[in-house]
Design a binder for this molecule. Structure first.
Ligand code: HGY
Ligand code: MN
Ligand code: MN
Ligand code: MN
Length: 438
């Protein structure tokens, strides 16, 4: 019937992706731009440009846009009836400092493409549909990932998010939101901006679809993850006059902790990653007296993350106190004890998406792929966090994955084939239209 015949326009979708990527090409924290990479940090000038494009484009497509107190931007296209909250498509326009062109960007531009298809075909949906650009999904510049959808869902206090300082400078989210003109007056809350459902198209960012030779991932949930900041304190001393046993070397101690967290993750079928490490004072000839580092721990089950967190707390205290947890004192000189403190920056329990949305995606994928669907579609959970995690706390939610080359993401080499972008957008469009009918 009509809805099934609606087709996304692949060329137009790719044009929007590459057009919007002119803002933030590959500036690695100030390094030289690269031709394909992206560095569109949340609330940067480049992010403002992309946001302005989103508002202008969706308003030209007949949407009413609302900006909330976290800069989340909701574009809503009215339906024939408006006595039900909109079915939303959402994702994010901010990227990692050395990211790619598809993570987040594909989801938002596919939402815009959905609006274009509806407009081209004069379709009037039963209920309103919407597209949302969530602020700072990455948590790269302001170190809580999915923070703005977290505020909208009522899981993160607005104050905490507004006062969040950027990892490499003095700006806060509130100061940057107002600087770029996206500190909206509408409260950032699901009660002010309710959603009937939330669908998100995203690249998988891992290798599973490609390895299984599948085209569409029907995402049933997201694994659990927790972000910690570990601070180790020792004593600044002279590198030329302090012998090894008299040092309280904070960086050496922190390095043992990073290695140990990897051993714990290996033993518990989990992931542990350190992406940021700062050594003070940061001088070649001063043994560092203070080090802080990030620790991102993830696992499919909450209890595994909780168990790992407990082991990290226990074992890091022992390592700081000088206990030979890593059994390396036989070959290296144990120094003086350090102290350690661990702050929990973020915690996202494992998420299960709603079966009615998962089945809307699955039905749409089979309708789009036709007879070949059974060996091109697979159900899976997400290793990466997404705004759909928080959306799912307040409305039926599911996600659609498409493969990306070698599963590489958070890297300028991130790549998704044009036909896969379009296929994902087609399944997204059909998922929304089917859900609109439910
Ligand atoms: O960290 C994540 O998984 C997501 O990219 N914010
Ligand atoms: Mn993303
Ligand atoms: Mn990402
Ligand atoms: Mn000196």
């Amino acid at each position: 019937e009509l809805l099934g015949s609606l087709k996304v326009n692949q060329g137009r979708l790719m044009e929007d992706i590459h057009h919007t990527c002119q803002w933030g090409t590959g500036q690695r924290w100030g390094e030289k731009p690269t031709e394909t990479g992206m560095s569109r940090l949340a609330l940067s000038d480049a992010d403002k440009e992309a946001r302005d494009w989103f508002v202008k484009t969706t308003e030209a497509l007949g949407c009413q846009t609302t900006i909330d107190a976290m800069g989340n931007t909701f574009a809503v296209r009215p339906g024939l009836r408006n006595d039900k909250p909109p079915t939303f498509v959402g994702s994010h326009l901010d990227t990692q400092p050395t990211g790619g062109r598809y993570d987040g960007i594909l989801g938002v531009t596919a939402g815009v493409e959905m609006l274009k298809v509806l407009a081209d075909n004069w379709v009037e949906t039963e209920y309103p549909v919407g597209v949302v650009n969530w602020t700072n999904e990455e948590g790269a510049r302001f170190p809580i990932s999915m923070v703005a959808s977290g505020v909208w869902a009522g899981s993160i206090p607005l104050e905490t998010a507004h006062n969040l300082r950027e990892v490499r400078g003095p700006a806060t989210m509130a100061s940057e939101l107002s600087r770029i003109g996206y500190l909206g007056s509408t409260p950032s809350s699901h009660t002010s901006i309710p959603m009937g459902a939330h669908f998100e198209l995203h690249i998988e960012q891992g290798p599973l679809l490609e390895l299984a030779n599948k085209k569409i991932g029907v995402v049933t949930g997201v694994q659990a993850y927790k972000w910690l900041t570990v601070t180790v304190k020792g004593r600044d001393t002279h590198t030329g006059t302090t012998d090894l046993k008299s040092r309280a070397d904070a960086l050496l101690t922190a390095s043992k902790m990073v290695l140990h967290s990897h051993k714990l993750a290996t033993a518990n079928n989990a992931l542990a990653s350190t992406g940021i490490i700062n050594a003070f004072p940061g001088s070649t000839n001063t043994v560092p007296g203070e080090v802080s580092f990030s620790l991102d721990i993830r696992a499919p089950q909450d209890e595994t993350v909780a168990r790992l967190y407990q082991m990290v707390r226990n074992d890091f205290a022992k390592i700081a106190a000088g206990h030979d947890v890593l059994a390396c004192n036989a070959s290296c000189t144990p120094g003086l004890p350090c102290s350690v403190s661990i702050t929990e920056d973020f915690d996202s329990p494992a998420t299960t998406f709603h079966s009615d949305c998962v089945s809307a995606v699955s039905t749409a994928a089979h309708a789009v792929l036709g007879s070949g669907a059974h060996n091109q579609v697979m159900q899976m959970t997400s290793g990466a966090g997404h705004d759909s995690v928080y959306a799912s706390k307040r409305c039926p939610t599911s996600m659609i994955f498409v493969p990306c080359r070698e599963g590489v993401s958070h890297n300028p080499a991130e790549f998704c084939k044009e036909e896969d972008c379009a296929l994902g957008a087609q399944v997204l469009l059909q998922s929304v239209l089917r859900f609109d009918r439910l």
